[in-house]
Design a protein around this ligand. Structure first.
Ligand SMILES: [Zn+2]
Length: 219
């Protein structure tokens, strides 16, 4: 086996856990449904380009020019809180927030109170499965806007130990943060690598297909 194949096998594929659980709601008769989206770590972008999986493997559908969505917030003004204690990761998350705000479609505003979106970090239990970030989100089961579920809460994490294991730079960790924040805004995976919502995030930032997807959701 040549070196390229060895590295190819090390490229981790994201596992999207569609775990559903019901929690109590403060809205009469509404149930809040919780689910999670992970993003895969890439060892090297150039290697991944040779080992790309089929769309069905990565749980992405639709056109590469329009990042799909399954959920959205009720309003395009959305509150967030960074709960990571380190200044390094505060800066990573602030970069991600400003890249989505630059879209001009949504307005993420910081709050000290109860936030719609919580941005954090954690160490993955196993750093070897290649999931470098994850977002848990919940939505109301009794309302939709433009056929999208209306979100009730979201919490995104960058896995510090996985990012370190795969030697992600700070800029690359910000790309992971952007990807997870994309899920927290209701976006799903894009089939194309020119989207920050491609399932395995390393070198891509928020781009036109992602802004198009957001415009479609929050129109
Ligand atoms: Zn993802």
């Amino acid at each position: 086996m040549n070196k390229k194949n060895v590295l190819g096998r090390l490229v981790a594929i994201v596992a999207v856990a569609a775990g559903l659980s019901f929690v109590s709601s403060n809205q009469a008769s509404a149930k809040i449904v919780t689910e999670s989206d992970g993003s895969g770590a890439q060892i090297q972008t150039s290697i991944l380009a040779n080992t790309v999986s089929s769309a069905s493997d990565i749980n992405a559908t639709g056109s590469a020019s329009l990042t799909p969505a399954s959920k959205r917030w009720k309003s395009s003004t959305i509150t967030y809180k960074i709960s990571s204690g380190s200044s390094y990761y505060k800066s990573v998350w602030k970069t991600a927030v400003s890249r989505w705000n630059k879209s001009g479609v949504i307005d993420l505003v910081p709050t000290k109170g109860k936030a719609d979106i919580t941005l954090s970090t954690a160490n993955a239990k196993s750093s070897t499965n290649g999931t470098v970030g994850i977002t848990y989100s919940s939505y109301y089961n009794n309302s939709t806007i433009h056929s999208l579920k209306v979100m009730a809460s979201a919490k995104s994490y960058v896995y510090r130990n996985v990012a370190s294991r795969y030697k992600y730079s700070k800029a690359e960790r910000a790309h992971v943060a952007e990807h997870e924040l994309g899920h927290a805004l209701g976006l799903q995976h894009n089939v194309g690598k020119a989207s920050v919502m491609y399932y395995a995030t390393r070198s891509q930032s928020v781009s036109k297909p992602d802004v198009n997807g957001l415009k479609q959701s929050y129109r």
